[in-house]
Write a protein that binds this ligand. Structure first.
Ligand code: FES
Ligand code: FES
Length: 238
């Protein structure tokens, strides 16, 4: 009761609670009843819970708070030096040390293509199903679309650009050309990177073993027999 009286003193005309209780017809809603802040003592608003919510909600009263009230929380704010969503990473790509500040969600594939413009590595499915994104990490083949670059601090990455150059082709690159191991070429970088890793893996000599070892690399053009022939040539020469 006493609180209700206090609210009416704070907000003349704020008698809606009693209106609800006795079903008396309401007067037209007014939007100006809280336009003025409630009474204050020594510059600090004297607020009940209800009057505070009404005051802030209807008048945007934060702008009317004393400057000291606004300044207090800002004085304790900690300066932000780095977006918490970013991370520093250093890795070696094709024998070049790279430092980067990347979003923690960045895949190794996107880092190579978007940050370093090494677009020889292709994005096919982006779900680890096609092998178009295959690169070497510390000598082992990985699907770069499934790996976060932030996990490769200190690692050594090799892409198709680091395997050979147009003037100095890797034996597998030359063999793919010689055997027409490609049609559209979209899968080819991934095929060659997988094949290059296969050369160092414990893979049987039969074509069936090669096909099994290369089964993670899809060729939508169906150049499989020529790809196997190219790999066989390099293995036999080695
Ligand atoms: S793009 Fe990585 S497996 Fe298809
Ligand atoms: S050459 Fe076209 S997808 Fe393999």
């Amino acid at each position: 009761m006493r609180e209700n009286q206090q609210e009416q003193e704070d907000f003349p005309g704020a008698d809606r609670r009693s209106d609800i209780g006795n079903n008396a017809p309401r007067s037209s809603p007014t939007v100006v009843e809280n336009a003025n802040p409630p009474a204050s003592v020594n510059g600090i608003p004297h607020l009940t819970r209800r009057s505070f919510l009404m005051w802030v909600g209807s008048s945007g009263a934060a702008t009317a708070l004393p400057a000291s009230a606004l300044a207090a929380p800002m004085a304790t704010a900690v300066p932000v030096t780095m977006d918490p969503g970013l991370v520093n990473v250093r890795l070696t790509v094709n024998d070049v040390v790279r430092d980067a500040q990347v979003d923690v969600r960045t895949s190794l594939l996107d880092y190579l293509r978007e940050n370093l413009q090494l677009t020889g590595t292709k994005k096919g499915c982006d779900h680890g199903q096609c092998g178009a994104c295959t690169v070497h990490v510390n000598g082992r083949r990985v699907n770069s679309c499934l790996s976060l670059v932030a996990m490769h601090e200190g690692d050594s990455v090799t892409t198709i650009e680091g395997l050979g150059t147009p003037d100095r082709l890797h034996p597998l690159q030359a063999a793919f050309v010689a055997h027409d191991g490609l049609q559209c070429g979209y899968c080819t970088a991934g095929q060659i990177m997988s094949a290059a890793a296969l050369l160092t893996e414990p893979c049987g000599r039969a074509d069936a073993d090669v096909k099994e070892a290369m089964s993670g690399n899809i060729c939508r053009c169906g150049a499989y027999s020529n790809i196997v022939a190219a790999i066989r040539q390099v293995r036999d020469a080695g």
